[in-house]
Design a binder for this molecule. Sequence first.
Ligand SMILES: Cc1ncc(C[n+]2csc(CCOP(=O)(O)OP(=O)(O)O)c2C)c(N)n1
Ligand SMILES: [Mg+2]
Length: 649
Amino acid sequence: MSDSLSTEQLAVNTIKALAMDAVQSANSGHPGMPMGMADIAVTLWSKFINVDPDAPEWPDRDRFVLSNGHGSMLLYSILHLCGFGLTLDDIRNFRQWDSHTAGHPEIDHDLGIEMTTGPLGQGFATGVGMAVAETHLRGRLSSDLVNHRTYGFVSDGDLMEGISSEAASIAGHFGLGHLIYLYDDNHISIDGSTDITFSEDIASRFSAQRWHTLEVDGHDRAAIGDAIEESLAEEDRPSLVICRTHIAHGAPNLQDTSASHGQPLGQDEIRMTKEAMGYPVEPDFLVDDSVYDFFREAMDRGRLVHADWNQRFDDAGEDQRALWQALHSSSEVTLEGPGFEIGEKVATRASSGKLFGEIAEKVPGFIGGSADLAGSTKTVIDPCRLFSKDDMTARDIPFGIREHSMGALVNGMAIHGGLRPYGATFFVFSDYMRPAVRLSALMGVPSIWVWTHDSIFLGEDGPTHQPIEHLASLRAMPNLWVIRPADANETIEAWEIALNRKDGPVAIALTRQGLPTLEPHPGGVAKGGYIVREGNDVTLVGTGSEVPLILDAADLLAGEGVTARVVSLPCWELFFAQSDEYRSGVLGDAPRISVEAGSTFGWSAIVGSDGLSIGIDRFGASAPADELADRFGFTPEAVAGEVRNHLAI
Ligand SMILES: Cc1ncc(C[n+]2csc(CCOP(=O)(O)OP(=O)(O)O)c2C)c(N)n1
Ligand SMILES: [Mg+2]
């Protein structure tokens, strides 16, 4: 290849060539962004980011979030060139079945992929969560053991999405100085120029949100390097480096066009681009050895920083190491609870709240907060301290009324490692955080979602606040465990399950209203469902607040000589994971009737096509809870009446 080019320029050209070739060969993908951000990526990875390809999961590594994940070929090329586990064959298999190089790569720590997103904006907010985790852990463990940066690439789409405004607001408020984002300011999105819809002054917006902002030519590597240097020196504010770039930089006909965003450039344009760069047109996927040497030498910087960190870890004091181990421990958590009397009426949000002290003590990484509903959701670890710029080791995070970014921040903290984060709000507002919840499930991240006020029985606040379809729609989400405990003891078990799950999120739906404490059935929740009371004539299945209701209905029926089996089914996902034998044993052979104060959608999977589902298939209403129970037929008398009708007695 041309001797007149610097190796650094050759590295940039190689990334552009790999992106063009891989997208062309897959006949799908996004070449424009990798070509437009190649100068930025080469600068960041060759001069700044501290990662170790020999130990991709080293805990104090810098994090890198590709929020404009459609530009995944940029990340794959860099990781390959730097010597992470991605091979050139993986790149040849871009976007193919079972490859390591999915269209949008999500997460794969073994390969150096921290988190990249398909849904724009999620990466932006998740990175803020990683920076919160880093700040918090640095405070607790000292900067000897935790002291890294979270870098991110973000695009026009990321900044247009509302979640980035929420997350930027939090990041600026908390003064997350170790967060550095580089904005691909290319004025192009899918439908053409961003002029048609996006004209705000980004620097003013972010400085108003208390960020440190810088503006550079995104193809001037020296200027980019200076801007990153300056951002590294800024400890009190997150930094946004606004890089004016050109999408598909270097493509003679397609640079600065939206046509280069999401489709192959075509063989002719690729040839002309390679010729213009002085890059051999053939063969495809060509990498000069000097480029491998360039990146691998650069990675020695990370290896050294890692070796220093190992030394500091060995030299750390006993207390510090013990805390480190406790934070990173994967041992099983068991909870005692404060002791609840049988019959004692407690809202499950309240029994949950009473566990927080014990959880915080047993799980040092337990941390989280709510979207301005700490008192209502009863999610308080320490009433005297809130996470803030001045108290970063506090474990109660005031997320503010920003459910969507709360979801992503919790994911970011969970992905970071060392923490067991949760986020809480009213169940109905799970809608506001659903994209982040979905990503937690898709990525297999152990975020904990606490959703209270879980049915119409929250009462007078009315239908806008009363969840109806939420249980059904969240149960439809793969890999999310939704637990709706029936009493204080089931709530304890729900929390144990949530804290012990490592490979995905757990949601706990809790009541506002008091529920009687039932006879404990240890291990029942872990099986998803179990028999609360035996009976032969009919099986009544309920969840949460409807379990005591069907017990009362069963009492009424017993007086009439009808024996009803009562089944509590707090977690469908765990129940369906049991053997057929267990499930049919629990549900029995008698006719089945489900009772749940929400949509009946999906219940036929439990009660069968000839079963009956009592639920609420309309929006709720504003009235006191007792009246709602009457009007919606959620009284023991009404349920017993439905049972008699169904059994035709
Ligand atoms: C939440 C969400 N909405 C829509 C999309 C589809 N989409 C992918 S990229 C993109 C916009 C591209 O513009 P920009 O972010 O500026 O990226 P660039 O074209 O500059 O690489 C859109 C709408 C998405 N991935 N996520
Ligand atoms: Mg753009």
